[in-house]
Design a binder for this molecule. Sequence first.
Ligand SMILES: CCCCCCCCCCCCCCCCCCCC(=O)SCCNC(=O)CCNC(=O)[C@H](O)C(C)(C)COP(=O)(O)OP(=O)(O)OC[C@H]1O[C@@H](n2cnc3c(N)ncnc32)[C@H](O)[C@@H]1OP(=O)(O)O
Length: 440
Amino acid sequence: MPLSVLITRICIRSFHLTRSIMSARARVQIFPSSKTLFDEPLQMKVEGLIPKQSVELRAKLTDDKGVVFKSSAVYCADTSGTVDLGTSSSLSGSYTGVEPMGLFWSMAPETPHSRLIKRDTSSPFLVNIEVADTTDLGHTLGNATVERRFMVEGARRVPVKFGRVRGTLFFPPGPGPFPGVLDLYTLGGGLTEVRGSLLANKGFVVLCLAFYRYDDLPKTVTHFDLEYFEEALTFLRSLPEVKGPGVGLISISKSGDLALAIASLLPDVSATVWINGCNAATVFPLHCKDRIFPAVAVDISKIRINGFGLIEIKDVVTDPMAEVNKASLIPIEKANGKFLFVASEDDRNWNSYLFAEQATKRLKDHGKDNFEVVKYPKAGHFLEVPYMPFYPSGIHAAVGQVVSFGGNAKVHADAHVDLWRRIQRFFHKHLNSNSHKAKL
Ligand SMILES: CCCCCCCCCCCCCCCCCCCC(=O)SCCNC(=O)CCNC(=O)[C@H](O)C(C)(C)COP(=O)(O)OP(=O)(O)OC[C@H]1O[C@@H](n2cnc3c(N)ncnc32)[C@H](O)[C@@H]1OP(=O)(O)O
């Protein structure tokens, strides 16, 4: 190698070395604290950088199934050597622009098509934040660990085995009584505690209910029985901490039709949140004493492959209003409580937007106005809690293969934040609670 090239290389290396030594003490500041609830925003600042230094911020967590979720964003420090995520723009990476919580909602799984899994919400997620030089040396300049918790101090998590009922109960701190909410998740079975544990922090006793493939519940099902949900509601209402008689329901996807049936056919359900569900029984028949709601017909010729090579099943569930599906429709006009229908306009799992329209038309046709509707343009199927990593595709429990769930990451993340406020407001309003209202 010619001497001049060698000297140039040594100079470049020592320049990078000096830069990284100079900024090795970059401080990552987290406000209000490095220990926050999963659904709480936080502010992050990196100080002690070289003025105008280009850095990459990286976030990483490992979920309860061992899947690593990561995000990164490139920033340019200001003239005082600071990157403030509340005001600085990400120039490239997992997101661009000013996104104070971008490092959280834009995390993507290393194992493609994975959903962030938290099995036991009594422990937090630990998110590692790293600040790295963007030069080819890529030195770590600073780091921090952020704890994202699911339960406030004093909240209680109690696994439930009562009669046939299986799930987990979450109690807010204090003696109560609090309004009760039954949380139903989606197809695939198991138990999902994330939404329920966070909702309990807002002043509700929440029973996250498993309905199959969990503990000693059946591994597979051929139909659902309304009586199981009745047993769960009776149990929830019987708790001294629960203010009755009216309770709330929250559902998503497949459990949307279950929630409509529970609210319409069982007594004392005062408020039902339906997120991207259907207005007719789906996938499995629903047995309700002597009445059976058959599953709405599917047309698998409607399966298509989208531009990313992913299966799209949006039109596979046929129109619930079609003659062939009349017996599957849930008679929601029988419900005495209130409904919050939430529909994502880019739901590629099924046409939840149409189903919400049909449900509200049915209520109006029966002279009822006991509902609110919120629609999210460009949001996808899995609407969850704030800052949940976007889940645009995954293995579908009914299809057994990866399907597209739709949505735009940024719009979907904003919908999470907006919806979470609406859900709390809706439950506080209709479940007669005066506590926590001030915060909303
Ligand atoms: C072009 C060619 C195409 C060909 C396709 C042909 C297909 C034709 C069929 C067409 C049918 C079309 C029907 C359309 C109907 C559409 C409408 C249906 C309604 C919906 O859309 S519902 C939305 C669907 N939702 C999902 O799919 C959920 C997303 N997916 C997932 O969550 C997961 O991937 C899934 C599917 C649940 C499976 O994940 P998996 O890893 O297998 O399982 P789990 O992680 O859930 O469970 C593993 C294991 O852990 C136990 N478990 C669960 N929770 C807990 C807990 N909290 N604590 C402890 N243990 C837990 C669970 O019981 C499991 O134990 P096992 O012993 O059973 O392994």
